[in-house]
Design a protein around this ligand. Structure first.
Ligand code: NAG
Ligand code: NAG
Ligand code: NAG
Ligand code: NAG
Ligand code: NAG
Ligand code: NAG
Ligand code: NAG
Ligand code: NAG
Length: 421
């Protein structure tokens, strides 16, 4: 019996060998392998490696399952975009594919339910876009290295999970009408953003290893796990969500005040709004918010406390039914401080003290909410704003804390100065 199995295996292997030693079709070496008919597809299915890009265009005669049974690596991209007619294939499969050097970009296959690429580990970026029937894409979980984007837009995936990817530039998860969970458990750094928009309301988000992100933006989420997050360089936004608690135990720094390489067109620093179930906020390590700190329209939120917050370079805007608002370490607010409170008898006097002793530079309003001023966004204005801030924050009270708390601003200021010469 055993010898029979061995014999069969040996036959299998040798036939595989002979298949491999047969010459592969020359189109596998094309700089662009353009698949636009069933005939070309049949030839392309023989390729083991493709030297250039695979580009799949519409054809009326594709089979329901499009399979690349031998394909192991693609030196260019695997693309299917920009065609007039929707491709009707329901299943795309490349069971041996491990590497795509450039992009995997699949768009507008309206009937596609399954992408089966179970051993794909390495690509530059993935963009799945307008695949409203897609319910399974196993490679999203098997990816180990990505140099750029992880984008999933307009699919029917219920879960997006990956426990191997340590880094991505963009993580954008938009318009997924069935999405319930996003779990990227190995991700430590997203150098441009992690953003969720317009997905099914109530997505549970788990990013247990994330330390640093540039723009952080969450809409329609029901929970957020970020135990290791230390820095959101651009902004931190939670909006239109059903979260009951928001905890960021290690977050120290939010928001960039001014960076000449990215034009800042809004005031967003730390923004938490339109989340009617939110009952508690915990930001025990937060020391600095560049631009604005805004907490508005979270009807259940009664207590606001930022125990370590020293400075806000922009404005502070708080609106709601608060019982207590505490900033025990607050040292500098560069703009206005506006607090609108519907709770009768709220005592504004303690906060007024920050205005009286010069901690707040701009106007102070409480208990009436005054809309916050918006910034112009031009580089020259931003430069002036930084100079103003430096002049103001180095004068008067709190010079002791000036050096340490403003080190970051100085670093940006130095690069700004170089930019403007
Ligand atoms: C492969 O490249 C040749 C030469 O450029 C071109 O004529 C042919 O159409 C290409 N085939 C495919 C399938 O892209
Ligand atoms: C493919 O999708 C179109 C548009 O959603 C739909 O009309 C058609 O019935 C679908 N075909 C199959 C085979 O599912
Ligand atoms: C999703 O993709 C389908 C197919 O291209 C398109 O008809 C639909 O408008 C898209 N939905 C969104 C929200 O972009
Ligand atoms: C995150 O990635 C960016 C871009 O590669 C890099 O500059 C930055 O140092 C990384 N941050 C951390 C904390 O690893
Ligand atoms: C907040 O969510 C609302 C509704 O979904 C949207 O219109 C608005 O643009 C969002 N604002 C921000 C700052 O994300
Ligand atoms: C306030 O938040 C609720 C969700 O809790 C939302 O339905 C409502 O539109 C928001 N109000 C404003 C003025 O944005
Ligand atoms: C300014 O006033 C606030 C509120 O009364 C107080 O907590 C803070 O310690 C004062 N700061 C300085 C530098 O006097
Ligand atoms: C900041 O202060 C310095 C020294 O007092 C002064 O020369 C400069 O004009 C000031 N800049 C602004 C923007 O006020």
């Amino acid at each position: 019996m055993i010898s029979k199995v061995l014999f069969l295996t040996a036959v299998g292997l040798s036939s595989l060998h002979s298949a491999k030693s047969q010459s592969t079709p020359s189109i596998c070496d094309n700089s662009t392998l353009l698949i636009d008919s069933r005939r070309v597809l049949t030839t392309a299915q023989e390729c083991t490696t493709v030297a250039g890009d695979i580009v799949i265009q519409y054809a009326s005669d594709y089979p329901a399952t499009m399979e690349f049974p031998n394909l192991e690596s693609v030196d260019g991209s695997f693309l299917s975009i920009n065609f007039d007619e929707d491709i009707r294939v329901t299943r795309l499969s490349a069971p041996k594919l491990t590497t795509v050097r450039a992009d995997v970009y699949i768009s507008r296959w309206v009937n596609l339910t399954t992408i089966n690429m179970p051993v794909l580990t390495t690509i530059n970026r993935v963009r799945l876009n307008n695949l409203p029937s897609l319910t399974s894409a196993n490679f999203l979980s098997t990816l180990e290295t990505i140099e750029n984007n992880y984008e999933v837009t307009n699919t029917s995936l219920k879960e997006i999970k990956n426990d191997k990817l340590p880094f991505a530039v963009f993580v954008e998860i938009f318009d997924n009408k069935e999405l319930e969970k996003l779990e990227l458990t190995a991700l430590t750094n997203a150098s441009y953003n992690v953003a969720l928009r317009r997905n099914k309301p109530g997505v549970e988000v788990s990013l247990p290893a994330l330390k640093e992100v540039f723009f952080f933006e969450f809409q329609r989420i029901s929970s957020l796990e970020i135990p290791e997050l230390e820095r959101a360089i651009g902004h931190f936004v939670v909006n239109d969500s059903t979260v009951e608690t928001l905890e960021a135990p290690k977050l120290r720094d939010v928001g960039i005040w001014y960076d000449p390489s990215s034009s800042i067109t809004n005031n967003r620093g730390l923004l938490i709004q339109n989340s009617g179930n939110l009952k508690s906020l915990s930001f025990p390590a937060l020391e600095a918010v560049q631009l604005d700190l805004v907490i508005r329209n979270n009807s259940e939120l009664e207590d606001i406390s930022f125990p370590m917050l020293k400075r806000v370079t922009g404005n502070v805007g708080l609106e709601g039914t608060f019982e207590s608002v505490r900033f025990p370490e607050l040292d500098r607010v560069g703009g206005v401080f506006s607090l609108g409170n519907d709770e009768a008898g709220f005592n504004c006097a303690d906060l007024q003290g920050f205005k009286n002793n010069g901690t707040i530079r701009g106007a102070f309003s409480c208990p009436q909410y005054q809309e916050l001023p918006t910034r112009s966004g031009t580089k020259a204005d931003s430069k002036k704003e930084i100079e103003d801030w430096l002049n103001w924050s180095s004068s008067g009270t709190g010079f002791e804390s000036f050096r340490s708390t403003n080190a970051f601003v100085f670093a940006i200021f130095a690069s700004t100065a170089i930019w403007f010469v």
